[in-house]
Design a protein around this ligand. Structure first.
Ligand code: NAD
Length: 373
């Protein structure tokens, strides 16, 4: 047996940074579960964020990813006006081979042990059926099927949020929130991108699409209600257009791609579109209006958050529409203070978190308990 004194020194708090409230390692030998739950902030409310099931090459890679994602959720929920904090979880393993009922239920009991500080949802590698399974062990789960009180697939809500963000961007560029006649190029027409095509065509925008999956393209091209042009995925970022909408992978805006861009603005659903922080400056230097992904793609989390009040579709969609107001405010602040849109978004989120943290000086405690009652 190894006693603690023999362990190599680990700078635990240095490793996770001093910004995170709680990081939980979950291990169960019998089921093979290895998971990490990261809670970045609960100032605004329970930390909500999905569970990513992914074959990380190392525990360190999983930790880095979950920390980054958890922090992103704090900003996303704060800007979306939700009473939710930021958190995220990762399960290490290949979902196709490692995922079992026992593993998911064991993981769910770890979530439950956090007493509501962390609420999970679907993410890469997990499905609505997995959330239904997790719901057997804990109430701290969203994104379950409608029969269990869930809101279903969030992709349409995400597409709606991107659409409202585009309208606010059009108003910023041209003075009116009108997409008619604007040329929008969408890279990636999966669940979110395809929904977005319908909304944009409905508004009279000219839409060009590109996707590595021919079937995804052909579903839209053959739809008699749609009018779309198809572009090659390789040159898609260099097409002259009004708005480029990355709806596939992260990291597409980088040192190499930014000089080739010929769009006026970027508004898309893909997470982590900027490869590096500096890319926000590169876009600003080129005069391209970039709506941060965590602002434009918040429709999904807004929709899911509504489940916590008993899901009501119209109320959720009204909240998603408010992404246009947030987008307009961020673009205005960015111009006013000559800062990047990312900085403007972060400072708006931090201001809300600080305001709420401060206002929690005044608290309510409910009626006092009396002896004999
Ligand atoms: P999806 O898997 O349904 O669609 C992604 C599409 O991108 C697929 O059709 C795929 O073939 C295509 N694609 C992959 N590589 C490509 C490439 N190099 N060039 C062009 N197309 C490529 O995913 P989705 O649910 O539509 O999500 C799209 C993006 O939005 C992801 O980054 C996701 O993380 C993000 N997002 C989604 C939601 C949601 O509610 N679904 C919410 C927030 C953020």
């Amino acid at each position: 047996m190894t006693c603690a004194g023999e362990l190599p020194p680990i700078d635990v708090f240095g490793q996770i940074g001093d910004e995170y409230e709680q990081v939980v390692y979950c291990h169960d030998k019998a089921t093979g579960l290895k998971a990490i739950i990261a809670i970045h902030s609960t100032v605004l409310g329970p930390a909500l964020g999905g569970t990513r099931f992914y074959p990380y090459g190392s525990g360190a890679a999983a930790l880095t990813d979950v920390l980054r994602l958890a922090k992103g959720m704090t900003y996303k929920s704060a800007l979306a006006g939700l009473d939710l904090g930021g958190g995220k979880a990762v399960i290490i393993g290949n979902p196709a081979t490692t995922k079992t009922e026992e593993l998911l239920r064991t993981y769910a009991r770890f979530i439950d042990s956090l007493g509501g500080r962390y609420l999970t949802a679907e993410d890469v590698g997990t499905t609505q059926a997995d959330m239904d399974m997790i719901a057997r062990e804990t109430q701290c789960v969203t994104g379950t099927s409608p029969l269990l009180g869930g809101s279903g697939d969030p992709s349409e809500a995400t597409a709606r949020g991107v659409y409202w963000s585009m309208r606010a961007t059009a108003a910023h560029l041209d003075g009116a929130p009108d997409l008619a006649g604007l040329h929008v190029v969408i890279s990636g027409v999966g669940k979110v991108g395809s929904s977005l095509v319908h909304l944009l065509n409905g508004d009279g925008a000219k839409v060009t699409i590109a996707d590595v999956d021919d079937a995804a393209v052909s579903r839209l091209v053959t739809d008699p209600n749609l009018d779309v042009q198809v572009a090659d995925v390789h040159g898609v970022h260099a097409i002259a257009c009004d708005i480029l909408s990355p709806c596939a992978l992260g990291g597409v805006l980088n040192e190499a791609s930014i000089p080739a861009l010929r769009c006026r603005a970027i508004v898309g659903a893909a997470n982590n579109q900027l490869a590096a922080e500096k890319d926000a400056d590169r876009l600003a230097a080129r005069g391209i209006v970039y709506v941060p992904d965590f602002v434009a793609n918040a429709g999904g989390v807004i929709n899911i958050a509504d489940e916590l009040m008993g899901y009501h579709h119209e109320r959720a969609m009204a909240a998603v529409e408010r992404i246009s107001i947030t987008t307009a405010e961020i673009l205005r602040l960015s111009d006013r203070d000559a800062i990047t849109t990312v900085k403007a978004a972060e400072s708006l989120a931090e201001a809300r978190i600080n305001d709420v943290a401060t206002s929690k000086r005044i608290r309510s405690f409910g009626p006092p308990r009396r002896h004999g009652s």
